[in-house]
Ligand binder design. Sequence first.
Ligand code: NIG
Ligand code: ZN
Length: 414
Amino acid sequence: MSDLLITNIRSLVGLHPENTLLLRGSQMQKLPGIENAWLLCEGGKIKDFGSMDQLPDHLPNYIVTHDANGGFVFPSWCDSHTHIVFAASREEEFVMKIDGKSYEDIAAAGGGILNSARKLQVATADDLYDSAAQRLTDMTRQGTGAVEIKSGYGLSTDSELKMLKVIRRLKENFSIPIKASFLAAHAYPPEYKNNHEGYIKLIIEEMLPRIADEGLADYMDTFCEHGFFSVDDTDRLLQAAAKYGLKPKIHANQLSVSGGVQVGVKHQAISVDHLEATDDAAIESLAASNTIATLLPSCSFYINIPFANARGLINANIPVAVATDYNPGSTPSGNMNLVVSLACIKLRMRPEEAINAATINGAAAMELSAEVGSIAKGKKANLFITRPMSSLAFLPYSFGQSQIETIVLNGKIS
Ligand SMILES: N=CN[C@@H](CCC(=O)O)C(=O)O
Ligand SMILES: [Zn+2]
């Protein structure tokens, strides 16, 4: 692996001290950096960095030099909430939404998650792998360097295992860190419409042991929402998952105040995600915990639901992450640059806060912040270099347009 020296960096961004693994509340305002910098990658890791007036003059000649030419260098985005394994797009629902149907109307009409499940159940593992690999490649080209991927469109033992095995193949074939979450509790399949207990039992007694046995998941997820999985269902599922060492990362308070935040906190969830409908009780419960609030502003944008109360969460000293929620129904986009812009525009996060939420806190929401999410010696050299920009704020300001010029993964220009 040839080593890489990046020179003439206008600003090297995200230099948190090596022991910083998570930023809470007001800590998120700080995004330390070095102006006019260089950065050296060795063996796939960040070896050293400094200011251009202290550039080491005797570097071995096997080092490849890349002139950033006044661009900024950022740690890669860490996208901690995605559903990128799916069989087909759902643009017919997009048109229904334009015609005024809500997310719940579409789900009640057999669309939504059940629509994706029907298509996934008949798809081959190879086709699922190929389309997910294409999505993941596109995401890395847009600056993402670590990702979490959920099951949840299988809704049967065989199909959930099929999805998780596709995620395992992605882990094997991509060089970026990938975490897998088990989300069979995403919707009740039609055959269990009137037998919720039967489906919960199927998850607990049949799916979980097999998934744990084959080491197919890192986390347990549930869609804790009225009309989907109740607080009691979630409580039982998270308790069962804990027996197999699967920590929770759950969907909570997306469409209504569901109690999902509190049940997640009760089970020491790594993160509770969505929170578009969060109330004071949810904020209080998070403030007294180590659980991360992961906000998904491109989902709010796309399905026209309220944006999460990021300011309330940050003011309560809660760690906030942002992620894409890339899925075929509520968010058909894996673009973290857009997420960061929406975090500023719609969640009223300052650029520094939004960038921290999309890097170090996103990494923490996958328990990866010792490895990625900031520029620190010894961390994986997953970064991107922008075009020359007038300031840091130009990145989210220029929404919908990518400023990224060069991607570096494992210390190599890719
Ligand atoms: N809300 C639950 N799951 C996804 C949407 C899934 C779908 O509509 O296919 C989400 O995070 O938005
Ligand atoms: Zn989701």
